[in-house]
Design a protein around this ligand. Structure first.
Ligand code: HEC
Ligand code: HEC
Ligand code: HEC
Ligand code: HEC
Length: 226
């Protein structure tokens, strides 16, 4: 028997290939499970639940009145009943479906009814900002103001800081550029004190004659910004 025949009759038989195939499949299945467990957002949710449980447990231990204790016992039960899952805000009137709260759990209206957590580290901080209070997240979701990519579930994609996504996350004063979508009184300092940076930008745009080359609402020169 020559080497070639030996290879095909003894080793590379259908039966052996089938057995080897099964091992490959088992390995891929294991790899898929490990990959799924290690998704970026799952880490943030697990961290948040851990922090919340520890915080509420210490509140319970330190409670001075029975009423106070009961409130925290209830909250702890709510946090314990949560599973690690994708979370989404739906604002169909604005056509927004945002999963930002999958990581930013501080803004979850169920877990954090007052949109307030004592955590300062991102993505859990939810400093009660007056603008957030005026726009309940259940109705407005996030991307109407912050842009980014609502449906995405990784930090880079969610914040829209990836190729071919032309609406990167707006932070700090840049968020003010979104307010004009709905509010027409941005020029009015008294009724809209939150848009000072927008007014300053607008004034510079007019003063420096940017409109000579850049268009706004069809007015002005032609430039690649159109
Ligand atoms: C996969 C988790 C994840 C998702 C999804 C996500 N974020 Fe974040 N976000 C983070 C983390 C982590 C930070 C902390 C800063 C960093 O690492 O970029 C952060 C920071 C921020 C900040 C503060 C940034 C700054 O520079 O001050 C804002 C605002 C923000 N996210 C808004 C959003 C919005 C709006 C969405 C949805 C469109 C979103 N995020 C989706 C994890 C996430
Ligand atoms: C109506 C507009 C609006 C909506 C809707 C909105 N935000 Fe904001 N957000 C703001 C403004 C304005 C600020 C303050 C920016 C500044 O002045 O630094 C801010 C600040 C933040 C910050 C940084 C402040 C902090 O707490 O550390 C985060 C994170 C954030 N928003 C996340 C979200 C998420 C998540 C959602 C959706 C659940 C959301 N926002 C919805 C307008 C909005
Ligand atoms: C998607 C549309 C939309 C966007 C974008 C938006 N707003 Fe509003 N805003 C509203 C609506 C609608 C209300 C009234 C809320 C209600 O019905 O309770 C409101 C209410 C407010 C109020 C409270 C007014 C009052 O008389 O109580 C302030 C202040 C405000 N918005 C500021 C801002 C700022 C600053 C931004 C930009 C960061 C912004 N808004 C972005 C729609 C929007
Ligand atoms: C003489 C014409 C002209 C004037 C005046 C002008 N720009 Fe531009 N601007 C351009 C051109 C052309 C480009 C594109 C440059 C390029 O793509 O390399 C540009 C690019 C930009 C960009 C970058 C856009 C991007 O997508 O990266 C910004 C922001 C901008 N201009 C803002 C301004 C502001 C603010 C003013 C007023 C202070 C101003 N421009 C005045 C011609 C002008």
């Amino acid at each position: 028997m020559n080497l070639k025949d030996l290879l095909f009759t003894r080793y590379l038989t259908l039966r052996n290939l089938f057995i080897a195939g099964n091992f490959v499949l088992l390995f891929l299945l294991g790899a898929a499970i490990v990959k799924d467990q290690n998704r970026e957002w799952k880490k943030y949710q697990r961290d948040f639940y851990r922090m919340e449980k520890a915080r509420l447990q210490s509140e319970i231990d330190q409670a001075t009145t029975e009423e106070d204790r009961q409130v925290h016992v209830k909250q702890l039960a709510l946090v314990k009943s949560q599973s690690v899952k994708l979370r989404q805000l739906m604002a169909p009137a604005l056509d927004r479906y945002d999963r930002c709260i999958t990581c930013h759990l501080g803004y979850d209206p169920v877990l954090s009814p007052t949109t307030q957590t004592s955590y300062t580290n991102h993505p859990f901080s939810a400093t009660p900002h007056s603008v957030h209070k005026a726009h309940p997240v259940e109705r407005f979701a996030c991307t109407v103001c912050h842009e980014g990519q609502g449906l995405a579930t990784t930090v880079a994609d969610g914040h829209g800081r990836v190729k071919h996504w032309d609406k990167p996350l707006r932070t700090g004063a840049y968020i003010q550029s979104s307010c004009a979508k709905c509010h027409s009184n941005l020029y009015d300092e008294k009724s809209m004190p939150q848009t000072a940076a927008w007014r300053r930008g607008e004034a510079i745009f007019v003063e420096k004659g940017c409109i000579g080359c850049h268009q706004i609402r069809g007015q002005g020169g032609r430039s690649p910004l159109i």
